[in-house]
Ligand binder design. Structure first.
Ligand code: PLP
Length: 465
Protein backbone atom coordinates (compact mmCIF):
# COMPACT_ATOMS: atom_id res chain seq x y z
CA UNK A 1 0.00 0.00 0.00
CA UNK A 2 1.39 3.42 -0.78
CA UNK A 3 2.35 5.64 2.11
CA UNK A 4 -0.18 8.33 1.29
CA UNK A 5 -2.99 5.80 1.55
CA UNK A 6 -1.65 4.45 4.87
CA UNK A 7 -1.49 8.00 6.24
CA UNK A 8 -5.05 8.74 5.16
CA UNK A 9 -6.40 5.55 6.70
CA UNK A 10 -4.50 6.19 9.88
CA UNK A 11 -5.63 9.77 10.25
CA UNK A 12 -9.22 8.71 9.63
CA UNK A 13 -9.29 5.80 12.07
CA UNK A 14 -6.56 5.60 14.72
CA UNK A 15 -6.99 7.22 18.13
CA UNK A 16 -3.32 7.77 18.90
CA UNK A 17 -2.12 7.87 22.52
CA UNK A 18 -0.50 11.10 23.71
CA UNK A 19 -1.28 12.98 20.51
CA UNK A 20 -2.89 16.41 20.03
CA UNK A 21 -6.07 15.17 18.40
CA UNK A 22 -7.09 18.39 16.67
CA UNK A 23 -3.64 19.18 15.27
CA UNK A 24 -3.32 15.62 14.05
CA UNK A 25 -6.79 15.48 12.52
CA UNK A 26 -6.29 18.75 10.65
CA UNK A 27 -2.79 17.93 9.46
CA UNK A 28 -1.23 20.81 11.41
CA UNK A 29 0.97 18.28 13.22
CA UNK A 30 2.07 16.72 9.95
CA UNK A 31 1.65 13.17 8.70
CA UNK A 32 2.00 10.07 10.82
CA UNK A 33 5.45 8.51 10.82
CA UNK A 34 5.05 5.07 9.30
CA UNK A 35 7.68 2.90 10.95
CA UNK A 36 8.59 -0.05 8.82
CA UNK A 37 11.60 -1.91 10.12
CA UNK A 38 14.37 -1.93 12.66
CA UNK A 39 17.83 -3.40 13.14
CA UNK A 40 20.13 -2.95 16.10
CA UNK A 41 19.64 0.57 17.47
CA UNK A 42 18.09 1.92 14.26
CA UNK A 43 14.60 2.11 12.81
CA UNK A 44 13.58 2.93 9.27
CA UNK A 45 10.41 4.67 8.10
CA UNK A 46 8.36 4.12 4.97
CA UNK A 47 10.14 6.98 3.19
CA UNK A 48 13.43 5.12 3.70
CA UNK A 49 14.70 7.53 6.36
CA UNK A 50 16.80 5.92 9.05
CA UNK A 51 16.89 7.07 12.67
CA UNK A 52 19.07 6.13 15.59
CA UNK A 53 16.52 5.21 18.22
CA UNK A 54 18.01 6.94 21.24
CA UNK A 55 14.96 5.99 23.30
CA UNK A 56 14.61 2.26 22.44
CA UNK A 57 10.97 2.82 21.45
CA UNK A 58 9.66 3.78 24.88
CA UNK A 59 12.69 2.57 26.85
CA UNK A 60 11.76 -0.98 26.02
CA UNK A 61 13.64 -2.49 23.06
CA UNK A 62 16.57 -3.27 25.32
CA UNK A 63 18.22 -5.98 23.21
CA UNK A 64 17.78 -3.93 20.03
CA UNK A 65 15.63 -4.41 16.94
CA UNK A 66 15.60 -7.36 14.56
CA UNK A 67 16.68 -10.20 16.86
CA UNK A 68 15.91 -13.28 14.80
CA UNK A 69 16.15 -15.73 17.69
CA UNK A 70 13.34 -13.92 19.49
CA UNK A 71 11.19 -13.87 16.35
CA UNK A 72 11.87 -17.59 15.93
CA UNK A 73 10.94 -18.38 19.54
CA UNK A 74 7.66 -16.51 19.05
CA UNK A 75 7.01 -18.32 15.80
CA UNK A 76 7.83 -21.76 17.29
CA UNK A 77 5.42 -21.14 20.13
CA UNK A 78 2.70 -19.84 17.79
CA UNK A 79 2.92 -22.98 15.68
CA UNK A 80 2.99 -25.29 18.68
CA UNK A 81 0.38 -23.62 20.89
CA UNK A 82 -0.56 -19.99 20.30
CA UNK A 83 -2.79 -19.82 23.33
CA UNK A 84 -3.96 -21.50 26.41
CA UNK A 85 -4.97 -19.79 29.63
CA UNK A 86 -3.31 -20.12 33.02
CA UNK A 87 -6.47 -20.14 35.15
CA UNK A 88 -7.10 -23.01 37.57
CA UNK A 89 -3.48 -24.19 37.48
CA UNK A 90 -3.05 -24.62 33.73
CA UNK A 91 0.44 -23.93 32.49
CA UNK A 92 2.92 -24.28 29.64
CA UNK A 93 6.58 -25.20 29.68
CA UNK A 94 7.60 -21.64 28.80
CA UNK A 95 5.44 -20.15 31.57
CA UNK A 96 6.86 -22.44 34.26
CA UNK A 97 10.41 -21.82 32.98
CA UNK A 98 10.05 -18.04 32.94
CA UNK A 99 8.46 -17.86 36.38
CA UNK A 100 11.16 -20.04 37.96
CA UNK A 101 13.75 -17.84 36.33
CA UNK A 102 12.20 -14.56 37.48
CA UNK A 103 11.79 -15.72 41.08
CA UNK A 104 15.44 -16.82 41.15
CA UNK A 105 16.93 -13.75 39.45
CA UNK A 106 14.88 -11.09 41.24
CA UNK A 107 16.24 -9.13 44.20
CA UNK A 108 14.79 -9.79 47.64
CA UNK A 109 12.90 -12.85 48.80
CA UNK A 110 10.49 -13.40 45.95
CA UNK A 111 8.00 -16.22 45.72
CA UNK A 112 5.54 -16.09 42.79
CA UNK A 113 4.91 -14.27 39.52
CA UNK A 114 1.57 -12.95 38.24
CA UNK A 115 1.37 -11.88 34.59
CA UNK A 116 -0.33 -9.06 32.73
CA UNK A 117 0.27 -7.28 29.45
CA UNK A 118 1.41 -3.77 30.37
CA UNK A 119 3.12 -1.86 33.13
CA UNK A 120 -0.18 -0.12 33.84
CA UNK A 121 -2.15 -3.30 34.41
CA UNK A 122 0.67 -4.77 36.50
CA UNK A 123 0.62 -1.76 38.82
CA UNK A 124 -3.15 -2.02 38.96
CA UNK A 125 -2.66 -5.60 40.16
CA UNK A 126 -0.05 -4.48 42.70
CA UNK A 127 -2.61 -2.16 44.30
CA UNK A 128 -5.11 -5.01 44.51
CA UNK A 129 -2.46 -7.26 46.06
CA UNK A 130 -1.79 -4.63 48.74
CA UNK A 131 -5.52 -4.37 49.51
CA UNK A 132 -5.98 -8.18 49.46
CA UNK A 133 -2.95 -8.72 51.72
CA UNK A 134 -4.17 -6.29 54.36
CA UNK A 135 -7.75 -7.55 54.20
CA UNK A 136 -6.47 -11.07 54.79
CA UNK A 137 -4.39 -9.82 57.71
CA UNK A 138 -7.48 -8.32 59.29
CA UNK A 139 -6.29 -4.75 58.64
CA UNK A 140 -9.06 -3.46 56.38
CA UNK A 141 -8.17 0.21 56.90
CA UNK A 142 -4.53 -0.22 55.79
CA UNK A 143 -5.14 0.53 52.12
CA UNK A 144 -3.72 3.91 51.14
CA UNK A 145 -0.85 3.91 48.69
CA UNK A 146 1.82 6.61 48.74
CA UNK A 147 3.29 7.61 45.38
CA UNK A 148 5.73 10.37 44.51
CA UNK A 149 5.33 13.65 42.67
CA UNK A 150 6.49 13.12 39.10
CA UNK A 151 6.41 9.33 39.49
CA UNK A 152 5.06 7.46 36.46
CA UNK A 153 3.26 4.18 36.96
CA UNK A 154 0.95 4.01 33.97
CA UNK A 155 -2.36 5.51 32.96
CA UNK A 156 -5.10 3.04 33.81
CA UNK A 157 -7.37 3.98 36.72
CA UNK A 158 -5.27 3.04 39.76
CA UNK A 159 -1.87 3.21 38.08
CA UNK A 160 -2.82 6.55 36.51
CA UNK A 161 -3.79 7.80 39.96
CA UNK A 162 -0.40 6.71 41.31
CA UNK A 163 1.27 8.63 38.49
CA UNK A 164 2.23 12.01 39.93
CA UNK A 165 1.82 14.47 37.05
CA UNK A 166 -1.41 16.41 36.79
CA UNK A 167 -1.75 16.30 33.00
CA UNK A 168 -2.29 12.54 33.26
CA UNK A 169 -5.27 13.25 35.54
CA UNK A 170 -6.91 16.34 34.09
CA UNK A 171 -10.34 15.78 32.57
CA UNK A 172 -10.05 12.05 33.34
CA UNK A 173 -11.47 12.15 36.89
CA UNK A 174 -8.18 11.02 38.41
CA UNK A 175 -6.70 10.52 40.91
CA UNK A 176 -9.05 8.21 42.76
CA UNK A 177 -9.17 8.52 46.53
CA UNK A 178 -6.71 6.61 48.67
CA UNK A 179 -3.61 7.64 46.74
CA UNK A 180 -1.28 9.93 48.71
CA UNK A 181 1.57 11.99 47.33
CA UNK A 182 5.05 12.63 48.64
CA UNK A 183 7.94 14.75 47.33
CA UNK A 184 10.11 13.91 44.35
CA UNK A 185 13.75 13.25 45.22
CA UNK A 186 15.25 15.69 42.72
CA UNK A 187 18.09 17.55 44.35
CA UNK A 188 18.59 20.09 41.54
CA UNK A 189 15.06 21.48 41.90
CA UNK A 190 14.09 20.49 45.42
CA UNK A 191 17.11 21.14 47.62
CA UNK A 192 17.30 24.19 49.82
CA UNK A 193 20.24 26.58 49.59
CA UNK A 194 23.38 24.70 50.66
CA UNK A 195 21.55 21.44 51.40
CA UNK A 196 23.68 18.38 50.55
CA UNK A 197 22.21 15.35 48.76
CA UNK A 198 22.36 13.39 52.00
CA UNK A 199 20.55 16.11 53.93
CA UNK A 200 17.97 16.42 51.18
CA UNK A 201 17.38 12.63 51.19
CA UNK A 202 16.95 12.71 54.97
CA UNK A 203 14.40 15.52 54.59
CA UNK A 204 12.42 13.56 52.01
CA UNK A 205 12.40 10.54 54.38
CA UNK A 206 11.25 12.76 57.23
CA UNK A 207 8.44 14.15 55.07
CA UNK A 208 7.40 10.60 54.23
CA UNK A 209 7.30 9.71 57.92
CA UNK A 210 5.28 12.83 58.72
CA UNK A 211 2.79 11.94 55.98
CA UNK A 212 2.36 8.41 57.33
CA UNK A 213 1.86 9.73 60.86
CA UNK A 214 -0.57 12.41 59.69
CA UNK A 215 -2.69 9.86 57.81
CA UNK A 216 -2.31 7.19 60.51
CA UNK A 217 0.03 4.22 59.96
CA UNK A 218 -2.96 1.89 60.27
CA UNK A 219 -4.33 3.41 57.01
CA UNK A 220 -1.17 3.27 54.87
CA UNK A 221 -0.61 0.02 52.97
CA UNK A 222 2.19 0.67 50.50
CA UNK A 223 4.69 3.03 48.93
CA UNK A 224 5.29 2.74 45.19
CA UNK A 225 8.36 4.17 43.47
CA UNK A 226 10.66 3.70 40.52
CA UNK A 227 14.25 3.00 41.63
CA UNK A 228 15.21 5.76 39.15
CA UNK A 229 12.43 8.22 38.36
CA UNK A 230 11.71 7.77 34.65
CA UNK A 231 9.03 9.59 32.67
CA UNK A 232 8.91 12.34 35.30
CA UNK A 233 12.35 13.44 34.11
CA UNK A 234 14.90 10.56 34.23
CA UNK A 235 16.25 11.45 37.65
CA UNK A 236 18.51 9.12 39.64
CA UNK A 237 17.95 9.25 43.39
CA UNK A 238 20.15 11.60 45.40
CA UNK A 239 22.79 10.05 47.62
CA UNK A 240 21.33 8.20 50.60
CA UNK A 241 17.71 8.38 49.40
CA UNK A 242 16.81 4.70 49.51
CA UNK A 243 18.83 4.13 52.68
CA UNK A 244 16.76 6.84 54.37
CA UNK A 245 13.37 5.82 52.95
CA UNK A 246 13.34 2.10 53.68
CA UNK A 247 13.53 2.18 57.50
CA UNK A 248 10.50 4.51 57.52
CA UNK A 249 8.49 1.96 55.53
CA UNK A 250 9.62 -0.90 57.76
CA UNK A 251 8.82 1.05 60.92
CA UNK A 252 5.18 1.53 59.91
CA UNK A 253 4.64 -1.84 58.22
CA UNK A 254 4.24 -0.22 54.78
CA UNK A 255 4.93 -2.46 51.76
CA UNK A 256 7.42 -1.31 49.15
CA UNK A 257 6.40 -1.74 45.50
CA UNK A 258 9.45 -1.28 43.30
CA UNK A 259 8.29 -0.23 39.85
CA UNK A 260 11.08 -1.67 37.71
CA UNK A 261 9.21 -1.28 34.42
CA UNK A 262 12.08 0.80 32.99
CA UNK A 263 14.95 -0.20 35.25
CA UNK A 264 14.43 -3.98 35.15
CA UNK A 265 16.80 -6.17 33.11
CA UNK A 266 19.81 -3.95 32.89
CA UNK A 267 18.99 -0.31 32.15
CA UNK A 268 20.89 1.09 35.17
CA UNK A 269 23.90 -1.17 34.68
CA UNK A 270 22.64 -3.72 37.21
CA UNK A 271 20.08 -6.41 36.43
CA UNK A 272 17.54 -4.54 38.59
CA UNK A 273 17.44 -0.98 39.90
CA UNK A 274 16.83 -2.51 43.34
CA UNK A 275 20.28 -4.11 43.20
CA UNK A 276 21.89 -0.87 42.17
CA UNK A 277 20.46 1.04 45.13
CA UNK A 278 20.19 -1.69 47.78
CA UNK A 279 16.38 -1.65 47.71
CA UNK A 280 14.54 -4.53 49.40
CA UNK A 281 11.14 -4.65 47.72
CA UNK A 282 8.05 -6.59 48.79
CA UNK A 283 6.55 -6.44 45.29
CA UNK A 284 8.28 -5.77 41.97
CA UNK A 285 6.65 -4.61 38.74
CA UNK A 286 8.35 -5.46 35.45
CA UNK A 287 7.30 -5.05 31.80
CA UNK A 288 9.10 -3.40 28.83
CA UNK A 289 12.57 -5.05 29.03
CA UNK A 290 11.04 -8.38 30.09
CA UNK A 291 10.38 -9.13 26.42
CA UNK A 292 12.32 -6.16 25.01
CA UNK A 293 8.87 -5.29 23.61
CA UNK A 294 8.92 -8.20 21.16
CA UNK A 295 5.54 -9.17 22.68
CA UNK A 296 3.36 -7.48 25.29
CA UNK A 297 4.04 -8.91 28.76
CA UNK A 298 4.25 -7.56 32.28
CA UNK A 299 4.65 -9.19 35.65
CA UNK A 300 4.11 -8.61 39.35
CA UNK A 301 6.81 -10.47 41.22
CA UNK A 302 5.36 -11.20 44.64
CA UNK A 303 7.58 -11.47 47.70
CA UNK A 304 7.38 -14.26 50.28
CA UNK A 305 5.90 -11.97 52.92
CA UNK A 306 2.86 -11.05 50.81
CA UNK A 307 2.46 -14.43 49.16
CA UNK A 308 2.58 -16.26 52.50
CA UNK A 309 -0.44 -14.32 53.71
CA UNK A 310 -2.25 -14.93 50.41
CA UNK A 311 -1.72 -18.68 50.51
CA UNK A 312 -2.76 -18.97 54.14
CA UNK A 313 -5.79 -16.76 53.43
CA UNK A 314 -7.07 -19.13 50.76
CA UNK A 315 -8.33 -21.45 53.51
CA UNK A 316 -10.61 -18.62 54.54
CA UNK A 317 -11.54 -16.84 51.29
CA UNK A 318 -11.17 -19.46 48.59
CA UNK A 319 -9.60 -18.93 45.17
CA UNK A 320 -7.48 -15.91 44.27
CA UNK A 321 -10.08 -14.17 42.12
CA UNK A 322 -7.95 -12.05 39.84
CA UNK A 323 -6.52 -12.66 36.39
CA UNK A 324 -6.72 -11.89 32.70
CA UNK A 325 -7.51 -14.03 29.67
CA UNK A 326 -3.95 -13.37 28.57
CA UNK A 327 -2.16 -13.81 31.94
CA UNK A 328 0.94 -15.85 31.10
CA UNK A 329 0.17 -15.81 27.35
CA UNK A 330 2.37 -18.50 25.76
CA UNK A 331 3.73 -16.19 23.04
CA UNK A 332 4.65 -13.48 25.54
CA UNK A 333 6.44 -15.84 27.88
CA UNK A 334 8.26 -17.54 24.99
CA UNK A 335 9.46 -14.10 23.87
CA UNK A 336 10.57 -13.29 27.43
CA UNK A 337 12.59 -16.51 27.73
CA UNK A 338 14.32 -15.85 24.43
CA UNK A 339 15.08 -12.26 25.43
CA UNK A 340 16.37 -13.24 28.87
CA UNK A 341 18.64 -15.81 27.19
CA UNK A 342 20.17 -12.89 25.28
CA UNK A 343 20.31 -10.67 28.38
CA UNK A 344 22.28 -13.36 30.24
CA UNK A 345 24.44 -14.62 27.37
CA UNK A 346 25.49 -11.17 26.21
CA UNK A 347 25.67 -9.72 29.71
CA UNK A 348 23.41 -6.85 28.73
CA UNK A 349 23.55 -5.20 32.19
CA UNK A 350 27.35 -5.32 31.93
CA UNK A 351 27.23 -3.43 28.64
CA UNK A 352 24.81 -0.92 30.15
CA UNK A 353 27.26 -0.41 32.99
CA UNK A 354 30.37 -0.06 30.83
CA UNK A 355 29.03 1.79 27.81
CA UNK A 356 26.60 3.57 30.14
CA UNK A 357 29.47 5.11 32.09
CA UNK A 358 31.04 6.24 28.81
CA UNK A 359 27.66 7.67 27.76
CA UNK A 360 27.26 9.57 31.02
CA UNK A 361 30.79 10.98 30.82
CA UNK A 362 30.45 11.94 27.14
CA UNK A 363 27.09 13.62 27.72
CA UNK A 364 28.41 15.69 30.61
CA UNK A 365 31.46 16.72 28.63
CA UNK A 366 29.32 17.70 25.64
CA UNK A 367 26.57 19.57 27.46
CA UNK A 368 27.70 20.94 30.77
CA UNK A 369 29.07 24.17 29.30
CA UNK A 370 26.26 24.95 26.86
CA UNK A 371 24.44 28.15 27.80
CA UNK A 372 20.93 26.71 28.22
CA UNK A 373 21.82 23.47 30.01
CA UNK A 374 20.83 23.41 33.67
CA UNK A 375 21.51 19.80 34.56
CA UNK A 376 22.89 16.67 32.88
CA UNK A 377 21.94 13.58 34.85
CA UNK A 378 21.47 9.86 34.53
CA UNK A 379 22.74 6.42 35.36
CA UNK A 380 23.68 3.50 33.13
CA UNK A 381 21.90 3.91 29.81
CA UNK A 382 19.25 6.38 30.90
CA UNK A 383 20.01 10.07 30.90
CA UNK A 384 18.47 13.51 30.65
CA UNK A 385 19.55 17.00 29.76
CA UNK A 386 17.37 19.72 31.32
CA UNK A 387 17.22 23.19 29.81
CA UNK A 388 16.86 26.49 31.65
CA UNK A 389 17.15 30.13 30.61
CA UNK A 390 20.22 30.66 32.75
CA UNK A 391 21.97 27.91 34.74
CA UNK A 392 23.07 30.44 37.37
CA UNK A 393 19.50 31.40 38.31
CA UNK A 394 17.74 28.16 37.25
CA UNK A 395 15.04 30.23 35.62
CA UNK A 396 12.69 28.04 33.59
CA UNK A 397 11.71 28.73 30.01
CA UNK A 398 8.19 29.79 29.20
CA UNK A 399 6.46 26.39 28.63
CA UNK A 400 4.82 27.86 25.52
CA UNK A 401 8.27 28.12 23.92
CA UNK A 402 8.42 24.29 24.00
CA UNK A 403 12.21 24.29 24.19
CA UNK A 404 12.44 20.56 25.01
CA UNK A 405 10.20 19.66 22.07
CA UNK A 406 12.18 21.90 19.74
CA UNK A 407 15.47 20.27 20.68
CA UNK A 408 13.90 16.85 20.21
CA UNK A 409 12.66 17.90 16.76
CA UNK A 410 16.05 19.32 15.80
CA UNK A 411 17.64 15.99 16.78
CA UNK A 412 15.05 14.07 14.82
CA UNK A 413 15.70 16.18 11.73
CA UNK A 414 19.31 15.03 12.08
CA UNK A 415 18.33 11.36 12.38
CA UNK A 416 18.27 10.88 16.15
CA UNK A 417 15.23 10.07 18.29
CA UNK A 418 15.65 11.57 21.75
CA UNK A 419 12.46 12.13 23.72
CA UNK A 420 11.10 15.47 24.85
CA UNK A 421 10.04 14.37 28.33
CA UNK A 422 6.49 15.39 29.22
CA UNK A 423 7.46 17.25 32.38
CA UNK A 424 9.61 20.35 31.76
CA UNK A 425 12.18 21.13 29.09
CA UNK A 426 14.01 17.85 29.23
CA UNK A 427 15.63 15.78 26.50
CA UNK A 428 15.65 12.12 27.47
CA UNK A 429 17.92 9.31 26.30
CA UNK A 430 17.46 5.58 26.80
CA UNK A 431 19.00 3.75 23.83
CA UNK A 432 18.94 -0.03 23.41
CA UNK A 433 21.30 -1.59 25.94
CA UNK A 434 23.37 -3.08 23.13
CA UNK A 435 24.59 0.37 22.05
CA UNK A 436 28.33 0.67 21.37
CA UNK A 437 30.75 3.49 22.20
CA UNK A 438 30.85 4.52 18.54
CA UNK A 439 27.06 4.77 18.50
CA UNK A 440 27.15 6.74 21.75
CA UNK A 441 29.51 9.21 20.06
CA UNK A 442 27.04 9.61 17.19
CA UNK A 443 24.09 10.10 19.56
CA UNK A 444 25.87 12.71 21.64
CA UNK A 445 27.21 14.57 18.60
CA UNK A 446 23.78 14.85 16.99
CA UNK A 447 22.15 15.87 20.27
CA UNK A 448 24.80 18.51 20.85
CA UNK A 449 24.28 19.96 17.36
CA UNK A 450 20.52 20.04 18.00
CA UNK A 451 20.93 21.84 21.32
CA UNK A 452 23.33 24.36 19.79
CA UNK A 453 20.85 25.07 17.00
CA UNK A 454 17.92 25.67 19.37
CA UNK A 455 20.08 27.55 21.84
CA UNK A 456 21.11 29.91 19.03
CA UNK A 457 17.49 30.39 17.95
CA UNK A 458 16.18 31.20 21.41
CA UNK A 459 18.98 33.58 22.22
CA UNK A 460 17.55 35.66 19.39
CA UNK A 461 13.94 35.15 20.53
CA UNK A 462 14.78 35.76 24.22
CA UNK A 463 12.12 33.39 25.59
CA UNK A 464 11.84 32.99 29.33
CA UNK A 465 9.16 32.35 31.87
N1 PLP B 1 5.76 2.08 35.22
C1 PLP B 1 6.79 2.75 34.70
C2 PLP B 1 7.96 3.05 35.58
C3 PLP B 1 6.78 3.16 33.37
O1 PLP B 1 7.80 3.87 32.87
C4 PLP B 1 5.67 2.83 32.58
C5 PLP B 1 5.63 3.25 31.16
O2 PLP B 1 6.42 4.02 30.68
C6 PLP B 1 4.61 2.14 33.16
C7 PLP B 1 4.68 1.76 34.48
C8 PLP B 1 3.38 1.84 32.37
O3 PLP B 1 3.66 0.86 31.43
P1 PLP B 1 2.68 0.67 30.15
O4 PLP B 1 2.85 1.84 29.29
O5 PLP B 1 3.19 -0.63 29.57
O6 PLP B 1 1.31 0.51 30.69
Amino acid sequence: MDTKKISEMDRASVLHPFTHLHDFATGKAGDPTIVESGKGIRIRDAEGREYIDGFAGLYCVNVGYGREEVAEAISRQAYKLAYYHSYAAHTTEELAKLSDRLVKMSPGKMSKVFYGLSGSDANETQAKLVWYYNNLRGLPKKKKIIARDRGYHGCSVVSGSMTGMSFYHDFMDLPISGILRTGVPHHYWGAEQGESELQFSARRAQELEELILREGPDTVGAFIAEPVLGTGGITPPPEGYWVAIQPVLEKYDVLLIADEVITGFGRTGAMFGCEKYGIKPDLITVAKGLTSAYAPLSACIVGEKVYGVMEAGAQKVGAFSHGYTYSGHPIGVAAANAVLDIVERENIPGNAQLVGQYFQDTLRAAFSDLPIVGEVRGVGLMAAVEFVVDPATKQRFDPAAKVGARVSKAARDRGLIARAMPHGDILGFAPPLTVTREEVDQIVQIAQDAVKQVSGEITKEAVHA
